[in-house]
Ligand binder design. Sequence first.
Ligand code: GRF
Length: 214
Amino acid sequence: MRTAVLISGRGSNLAALIAACARPGARAEIALVISNRSDAAGLRHARAAGISIATVDHRRFEGREAFDRALSEELDERQIQLVCLAGFMRVLSGWFAERWRDRVLNIHPSLLPAFPGLDTHRRALAAGVRFSGCTVHFVRAEVDAGPIIVQGVVPVRQPDTPERLAARVLQAEHLCYPLALDLVASGRVRVVDEQVLIDGAAAPATILINPEPE
Ligand code: GRF
């Protein structure tokens, strides 16, 4: 499946996806990386792997939908079948979510539906949760919502800091995103009544990650 990854920054999830798709038997091919910023640090991973790069600068467009239509055209021109948002810091319009329904994945650094939006790790610690993690889900018009494909769970440590929790969750992200992409690209995922079925079974795959002691 020809897959595009959309980034705005560091690109560590992009690197994990590129590495996973380079393995024998991978069902997804990272055929394109799009950034809304030409200086995104993560683009170096695409360059190192020889993957095509496109920049679609949101500042050149008036309004969200005009930007999204340009993105969609770029994806169509390159015959992209699946899209992974990986630290892409633009909210996509309802139009884009519908046009690419069940073909856009996002990763969020919390166990959704808890803590959508920004500043997740600080908010999770302030709420006193004992576990946090990451969620890979299909994109819908509502931000950080949509059918859940994979979740990875990590413990909160006592004491903890947002930075340390973020690093622990990031380890989980780098396992969960490649797994979710492979499941979708291999045709094993269906969405029925806004629930993800994997091989026809109702439970989304969940990974419990017990990271190395810090
Ligand atoms: C990750 O924490 C991801 O969950 C969130 O943005 C961050 C991107 O990190 N959506 P990176 O650019 O993949 O390193």
